[in-house]
Design a protein around this ligand. Structure first.
Ligand code: SAM
Length: 730
């Protein structure tokens, strides 16, 4: 038996070369190209509740990087470790495969991630030999640690054992392993699951990681060769721009966010600081595009830079792709040219509502367009065909753009449902062009939204249906889903897109536009005007006029804000001039004392007699305040001067004092809560939202018509919910 003891000094260089590339493979093994999942075997982001996972301790202790919890500036040279191992030197190079097989079977070969067990070593006579690194607990000088296989191989004189110093350095360890040796011990999670857009890695760090943000960024950049810039989101998407961009800070690398991004074989070039892009939506973009058939017509209402539109164009689907962001529009124009889809994709730069409203008629008026796709034929084949030596080709495929929209896509999940109010009347007066008079079906609408990620998903779906119904003024229920017991013409489908955070799920609700909505005349019966802020803005943009009259009698509790659906002016008057839509604002009483009921024809007593306003969509004070502020904001946008009339100032002063809710999200939440009480009239719901009574008795005294409509228990529950919402952010 021969056993030579030898401590190699030649392990370092091959380690670096082999391990670096191995490490890169591991770092980038996420299957979703769009997502860089740093550090090892995590499931894709979409399936996770949270993107912070406990560190995977893959490496045995002696292979882990040295610890330095005080490090605040990255010192790469600190990360070095020599691991004393043993190796089996193989005397005949041709034996290597066989011996490796035997030693692998006997579990004697070193099995540590990203370390190649095959090494070069010097023999006792100075010759160069191949060697196999052995498991860490096997000692060359201690036969009691050898397996029978090793003993036999040594005895046969096929191998001998020697010591080997394995050098591990910064290049060897993964981001997760290095950062874990720097972060405080009690932080047993590391930030991961970031997204990459072109050369930019985009982090969304929690505050407790802020002291380490530059370290994290630098290590991530080192470990991912395609990353040249690392940024951290400092506020939520959409918080500072309606274009869904976000404020960020540069953590590492060059300050250049002009990226080149590929998705579905299309190339997009854009400044990531100026447009919306989310690499995590690639699967969803693909899913929806797969629903569209070549030759169909799609209107993408909030198209961004075109991740639905451009790939759809490649599939010979006609798309009118709109986005309000002027830079997004420019990028889309570039993407259309770059990806050669100009025959199919036409960019627009309009407000989504204007775009939807105009789309039906605009497309009809534009008429059909035919695109012929010439055959791609090699020159010699073409010559042969012309010479009659080969058969003529079939006629080139032709696609004719339809005059009707087949699909609307609305991916602005925070608000898209609100934009659905643009659909009523989109094909007003065009009934005869659609089924059953013709074969033509009404368009499908694919609207994205967020919902609360309830334990019971059905609750989320019910909530979504309710929100859709409010906006289109037509009841859609979960029973209307395909195969359900409801209206099968609606073809409802709700798809879970992804979990955005533990309490927020993104959905795509698809439904066929009901004829009652599409053919509605002149916006008649537009839904819930307490959500019509944007419509007011839309009209204001066209008409540049606000008329406002506060309540005509000092004790009157009703002022009304009337909105005439296009193209008439928005006016806030006590006597609307035959408005098609009227929003009434119920001003609250100065005190909670019982007041004399209104006299005459109109009365809001135990029965509601509101005359012409009986079925009017009503606004609470908070909603009215929000509407007016939005309208003024719009008028003053771009530095325009606008002197508000005195009566408007007075009304705003009043609303500032008496509006119980000031925050927009909160106002919407109140609206949803109140609208879930379909047993109550609109007027009563708005009253409840304005008054925010403490108890059921008080509410019934101030709004007598509630008496027989709602039990004290239910009313109290509703009031408690309202109080909770008031306490929440107000
Ligand atoms: C969440 S992004 C979606 C972009 C793209 N569809 C995608 O899937 O990546 C929403 C887009 O809506 C655009 N947007 C915001 N408000 C809009 C409006 N009023 N009308 C049209 N587009 C709007 C933003 O500029 C942004 O590009």
């Amino acid at each position: 038996m021969s056993c030579s003891i030898y401590r190699s000094k030649c392990g370092h260089v091959p380690d670096k070369k082999i391990n670096r590339s191995a490490a890169m493979r591991v770092e980038r093994r996420s299957t979703d190209k769009s997502q860089t999942t740093i550090a090892t075997p995590l499931p894709p982001m979409e399936s996770k509740k949270d993107d912070r996972r406990p560190i995977q301790r893959e490496l045995p202790e002696m292979f882990r990087p040295p610890i330095n919890r005080a490090m605040r500036t990255l010192d790469r040279s600190f990360f070095q470790r020599i691991v004393p191992l043993s190796a089996a030197r193989i005397f005949k190079a041709s034996d290597i495969a066989k011996i490796r097989k035997e030693l692998t079977k006997s579990n004697d070969v070193l099995a540590v991630p990203r370390v190649n067990a095959v090494r070069h070593m010097e023999g006792n006579d100075g010759s160069s030999l191949k060697a196999l690194l052995l498991r860490e607990d096997l000692k060359a000088d201690d036969q009691s640690t050898w397996s029978p296989t090793i003993s036999e191989l040594v005895q046969r004189g096929t191998v001998d054992l020697a010591f080997y110093d394995l050098t591990l350095d910064y290049d060897y360890w993964t981001y997760a392993e290095i950062i874990h040796s720097i972060l405080p011990e009690d932080m047993d999670e590391i930030p991961q699951g970031f997204t990459q857009v072109g050369h930019v890695l985009h982090l969304n760090l929690r505050a407790n990681y802020f002291p380490y943000k530059h370290l994290i960024a630098e290590i991530l950049m080192d470990k991912n060769p395609t990353i040249e810039t690392v940024i951290n989101k400092t506020e939520d998407v959409g918080s500072h721009s309606q274009f869904r961009t976000f404020p960020f800070e540069l953590l590492a690398g060059k300050n250049d966010l002009n990226v080149i991004q590929h998705e579905q074989d299309c190339e997009f070039r854009f400044d990531y600081s100026r447009v919306y892009w989310n690499s995590r939506l690639e699967t969803e973009h693909r899913r929806l595009v797969e629903k569209f058939r070549p030759g169909e017509m799609v209107c993408d209402v909030m198209a961004g830079v075109g991740p639905f539109a451009v790939p759809a164009g490649r599939k010979k689907i006609f798309v009118w792709a709109n986005d309000l962001n002027p830079h997004g529009y420019e990028v889309m124009q570039d993407a259309v040219q770059r990806n050669k889809v100009a025959d199919f994709v036409t960019p627009f730069n309009e407000d989504g509502r204007d775009f939807v409203r105009a789309s039906g008629t605009r497309l009809l008026e534009a008429g059909p367009v035919t695109v012929t796709i010439p055959h791609k034929v090699r020159r010699d084949k073409k010559r042969k065909i012309e010479a009659g030596e080969e058969e003529q080709l079939p006629p080139p495929p032709k696609y004719t753009r339809p005059s009707f929209v087949d699909h609307y896509v609305m991916n602005l999940p925070a608000d898209a449902i609100e934009f659905l109010d643009a659909f009523p009347g989109v094909y007003s007066g065009k009934d005869e062009l659609f089924a059953p008079n013709t074969e033509q079906k009404l368009p499908m609408v694919h609207v994205y939204c967020f919902s609360g990620n309830s334990d019971n998903e059905v609750e989320d779906h019910i909530d979504i249906c309710q929100r859709i119904s409010e906006r289109i003024g037509y009841k859609v229920t979960i029973d209307d889903r395909v195969g359900g017991s409801g209206d099968q013409e609606v073809e409802l489908a709700i798809h879970n897109v992804r979990l955005v955070s533990p309490k927020k799920q993104m959905f795509c609700a698809s439904f066929r536009l009901p004829k009652e909505v599409a053919f509605r005349k002149g916006g008649e019966g537009l839904p819930a005007l307490n959500c019509q802020i944007e419509t007011a803005e839309f009209n204001l943009k066209r008409n540049n006029l606000i008329q406002l009259t506060p309540p005509s009698q000092p004790h009157s509790s009703v002022a009304s804000l009337s909105l005439q659906y296009p193209p008439h002016p928005l006016s806030l008057t006590s006597q609307p001039r035959h408005p098609e839509i009227t929003m009434s604002v119920q001003l609250p009483p100065a005190t909670h004392r019982k007041r004399a009921l209104p006299q005459g024809e109109l009365e809001a007593a135990s029965t509601l007699k509101l005359g012409a306003d009986q079925h009017t969509h009503t606004l609470s004070l908070s909603e009215a305040r929000l509407v007016i502020h939005k309208v003024l904001e719009n008028k003053r946008r771009g530095g325009n001067k606008y002197e508000e009339p005195e009566n408007l100032t007075k009304t705003l002063d009043y609303l500032d004092v008496f509006a119980r809710f000031k925050d927009e999200e909160n106002i919407k939440a109140v609206e949803r809560l109140l609208n879930s009480h379909t047993e109550l009239e609109m007027f009563e719901r708005s009253q409840l939202g304005s008054l925010c009574c403490d108890n059921a008795e008080e509410a019934k005294s101030l709004i007598p018509s509630l008496q027989n409509k709602i039990s004290d228990g239910d009313l109290q529950e509703l009031l408690d919910e309202l109080t909770k919402l008031r306490n929440f952010t107000e």
